[in-house]
Design a protein around this ligand. Structure first.
Ligand SMILES: Cc1cc2nc3c(=O)[nH]c(=O)nc-3n(C[C@H](O)[C@H](O)[C@H](O)COP(=O)(O)OP(=O)(O)OC[C@H]3O[C@@H](n4cnc5c(N)ncnc54)[C@H](O)[C@@H]3O)c2cc1C
Length: 407
């Protein structure tokens, strides 16, 4: 299946993956029609700066825009913004929209990503998530009303929660991170690595409360009262929720596509004939050094790679044989955490350079003696020098002997 100029590609989800796919299609020479459908009112923009540069006030939110009017014109893409897709007919590759219209293409890409998980608290206002541009603008408006040093609760101490707390502190507020687990990132990075990162919050002067059960958030007029399963209530000016994401797949309920923790796609990112899925929403066959796995990964770089892979496959018929090595970064508590690979929390992990006491280290994850991931704290060059350890199966023993991070 190779696209030609008579084809019409419909991309649903005008986020990062959707836009990167449009760019890749044009770069690879596709001359047919492209329609990009998005439920947000904004042209595609980038999310990572929202919890970093935008929240701290270094960037205006406009600066996150990826698809400028010039780029939209140059890529000759029809944008349908502010209107959600409500259904997909896989056989006719027709997308149904909430305004009663439909867009019939020859090929469809599902790139509808995820949304912030909400929790059923009683307070409706001053409780925020950080997923989209509108969320951050609303949050910034409420933060601007707070006095310096005001307490703000950040519910969830994962990557985004830690970034939010870092920026709140830089804005002169007093973030209090409320984490349900014994330690932040325990379920993502595992027992040992999460313990090496645990002191970072305190070292950055940020209060972190672990093993707390938040029962409710109520508006008491002046501020918000957070109540817990045990212990005294906490009064704060604003609450930020960072408790993970939920997939935007409801619109595909009657499509016949396989939905199982994501839109299930094959090794070419195909969900059905002439229907692909990419980015956060896609659960894909991942050929890794530790064998084949079916995974869904919410990383910017994975969405970027998916977009390039699918565009190449559709425009040339040639599948990429490069091994995808997932990459993730997070700027939190004044440090840069980076990870390559997709290690499981149950994998073994050992520090091979630096130590937690100098807050600079590089660690290798392994499963069955084969390296599955590399996690680094403020060691960006050493991490990138070690990437090839994940490009073909490498034993932990060999990796330690070679020590590419030390070069
Ligand atoms: C605050 C924040 C910080 C982040 N920081 C990092 C980081 O430091 N490093 C990193 O690797 N990753 C980071 N990420 C993750 C990264 O941004 C995502 O992996 C990436 O945005 C995925 O792109 P996507 O296009 O698959 O999904 P999205 O960016 O979620 O885009 C999907 C789009 O589809 C739209 N949509 C949904 N349903 C419909 C529908 N029915 N019809 C039409 N449109 C629909 C959505 O509204 C959205 O605009 C961060 C994410 C957030 C939210």
């Amino acid at each position: 299946m190779v696209l030609d100029a008579a084809d019409h590609v419909v991309v649903v989800g005008a986020g990062f993956a959707g836009w990167r796919f449009v760019e890749a299609l044009r770069r690879d020479g596709f001359a047919g029609a492209v329609t990009l459908i998005g439920d947000e009112g904004h042209a595609p923009y980038d999310r990572p700066p929202l919890s970093k540069q935008v929240l701290v006030g270094k960037w205006d939110v406009e600066r996150t825009t990826l698809a400028t009017p010039e780029l939209i014109a140059r890529h000759d893409v029809r944008l349908r913004l502010g209107v959600p897709a409500t259904g997909l007919d896989v056989t006719s590759t027709t997308v149904h929209l909430a305004d009663g219209t439909e867009v019939a293409g020859t090929h469809v890409v599902v790139a509808t990503g995820a949304r912030a998980r909400r929790l059923p608290y009683h307070a409706a206002s001053r409780v925020h998530s950080v997923r989209g541009r509108d969320d951050v603008v609303r949050l910034l408006t409420d933060l601007a009303r707070l006095d310096a040093g005001s307490p703000v609760a950040v519910i969830g101490g994962g990557f985004v929660g830690a970034e939010v707390a870092t920026q709140l502190r830089a804005r002169g507020l007093r973030p209090i991170v409320l984490e349900a687990a014994e330690r932040p990132l325990l379920g993502v990075l595992g027992e040992r690595a999460s313990s090496w990162l645990a002191p970072l919050a305190a070292e950055a002067g940020i209060e972190l409360r672990v093993a707390v059960e938040v029962l409710d958030v109520r508006d008491n007029g002046a501020d918000l009262t957070v109540t817990f399963g045990s212990g005294p209530a906490l009064n704060v000016g604003v609450v930020v929720l960072s408790v993970g994401a939920e997939l935007n797949v409801e619109w595909l309920a009657t499509s016949g596509l396989t939905i199982d923790n994501g839109v299930v796609v094959d090794e070419h990112l195909m969900a059905a004939e002439r229907v692909g899925a990419i980015g956060d929403v896609a659960r894909f066959r991942w050929r890794s050094v530790a064998g084949d796995e079916s995974v869904r990964v919410e990383h910017w770089e994975v969405a970027n790679t998916h977009a390039a892979m699918l565009a190449r496959y559709w425009t040339s018929g040639v599948a990429s044989d490069a091994l995808l090595v997932p990459y993730f970064w997070s700027d939190q508590y004044g440090q840069k955490i980076q990870m390559l690979g997709h290690a499981r929390p149950s994998d073994d992990v050992v520090i091979v350079r630096g130590s937690p006491t100098d807050a600079k280290w590089l660690a290798l994850y392994s499963r069955g003696g084969v390296v599955t991931g590399i996690l680094a704290l403020s060691q960006p060059r050493a991490l990138m020098r070690s990437k090839h350890l994940l490009e073909s199966p490498t034993t932990l023993e060999h990796a330690i002997l070679e020590a590419p991070w030390a070069a």
